[in-house]
Write a protein that binds this ligand. Structure first.
Ligand code: PMT
Length: 404
């Protein structure tokens, strides 16, 4: 997807660099446009390095007559070549200019020429956000079909607390990809996706867990929502913002994850179990903290319920996709898990490879399919891997469950 990222002159402009990176991670091609005020807060070079593209800074900055001529149509070309215009931070001044059709510089001129989807992420002082002039401008822009991502509440750069903070860049990127995604091939599907680790209590202050960050499962949820699905994301404890348009059900233990997944089984058409569920738990953790002594101690563990296996028994003609975190014999182990747990696909993850698997932003996997094939997905961002998994899911469903 081709995205123009317009950056306004506010203190949150520095977060736009993170947004550019998050959009690139999603696989978007990003053209950055800075206003003159934004340049006071962040340099074009930062964005040029992140996006590998020249940053557009000023409509009238060209020197020679040829350059002036070329730049005079650049905003029209940019408007035609891109599907989405996201402005973050959208300052009160920019909102006013957009609402009233003023076009003194490149970004505002581009806005008027743009016919694709426009997403505005305002960020400013709370009083400015609440001012009737800003409220009116927001109302006007929303009524014209611009998507408004309301600011978060919290401590602002001016030292006050209230509404006005730019939302998390990862969340804005999700919204951009969801709103602007050209393919809605999962429209009508309900995906139940599990993500993250589980935590199994040893006592009131300690637990057993694993290294899952939730990034793979959250990327799947974000991409599925972007492609038109309704998504329920059952998530263990992670440090990630909920993807745009996704219902997040937060759980802690394997038992809670099992109950949440089963609650949503009936409505699901596709289930993806990317969570790293604990295989063992402490059946009766003591109500008080275990005291430290000099003696060796041991903990008795019982196996947790195997959620994927239970889903395999109950799935009917729903598509069931499991993951397999392996340290060797990737395809063989993936196929064994697929057979024993009655999955339609297993995403086999060699978790010992540097920069892939647990915690990383990238992954490389092998998709083991019920149809007999196995497909290598080379190293790419987890968002791109998620798209590959969803592409195969749709193909598999046609092959396995198409009813004529
Ligand atoms: O979260 P990230 O940091 O992005 O890392 C991604 C990941 C490495 C966690 C992910 O890609 C992955 O491999 N997830 C599966 C981890 C895992 O638990 O693998 P497993 O081979 O132990 O389990 C096989 C399958 O059974 C998984 O689908 C798992 O969700 C499921 N399972 C396991 C145990 C259990 N009690 N119930 C289950 O449903």
């Amino acid at each position: 997807m081709n995205v123009i990222l317009g950056v306004g002159g506010g203190i949150a402009a520095y977060k736009a660099a993170e947004l550019a990176r998050a959009l690139m991670e999603h696989g978007a091609s990003v053209q950055v446009v800075l206003t003159a005020a934004a340049e006071e807060f962040i340099r074009p070079l930062t964005f040029a390095a992140l996006t590998n593209r020249k940053v557009i800074t000023d409509l009238f900055a060209a020197r020679s007559a040829e350059e002036t001529l070329a730049s005079s149509v650049e905003h029209i070309r940019a408007a035609q070549e891109n599907e989405v215009l996201v402005v973050a931070p959208a300052t009160a001044d920019l909102l006013a200019k957009f609402a009233h059709g003023l076009a003194p510089d490149f970004l505002t001129t581009l806005y008027l020429a743009f016919t694709g989807k426009v997403i505005l992420a305002p960020a400013m002082n709370t009083n400015m956000w609440n001012h009737p002039a800003t409220r009116d401008n927001i109302e006007t822009l929303a009524a014209r079909g611009n998507y408004i991502l309301p600011p978060d509440e919290g401590l602002l750069a001016c030292g006050t607390t209230g509404a006005g903070r730019l939302p998390d860049p990862a969340r804005i990127a999700d919204a951009v990809m969801t709103i602007g995604h050209p393919r809605k091939d999962l429209d009508g599907e309900v995906l139940v996706i599990s993500a993250g680790p589980t935590q199994e209590a040893i006592d009131p202050v300690r637990f057993i867990s694993n290294r899952s960050s939730g990034k793979m499962g959250y990327a799947l949820a974000a991409k599925a929502a972007a492609r038109g699905a309704r998504v329920v994301l059952v998530s263990g404890p992670v440090n990630l913002p909920g993807p745009y348009g996704v219902e997040v059900v937060s759980v802690r233990s394997a038992a809670e994850m099992r109950d949440a997944v089963m609650t949503h089984l009936e409505e699901a058409t596709i289930i993806i179990k990317s969570a790293a569920v604990a295989d063992y738990y402490v059946a009766n953790p003591p109500p008080q903290k275990i005291k430290k002594t000099a003696a060796r101690m041991s903990i008795e563990l019982d196996p947790t319920a195997d959620i994927l296996a239970e889903l395999g028994r109950k799935k009917g003609d729903r598509l069931l996709i499991g993951f397999a975190a392996e340290t060797q014999n990737l395809v063989q182990e993936g196929r064994r898990k697929m057979e024993t747990k009655n999955c339609d696909m297993v995403v086999a993850n060699l978790v010992t490879r540097e920069g892939a698997g647990f915690e990383s932003d990238e992954n490389e996997v092998t998709l083991v399919l019920r149809t007999g094939e196995s497909i290598q997905v080379p190293r790419m961002s987890k968002f791109e891997v998620a798209d590959k998994i969803l592409d195969q899911a749709l193909k598999l469903r046609l092959a396995l469950y198409s009813r004529t």
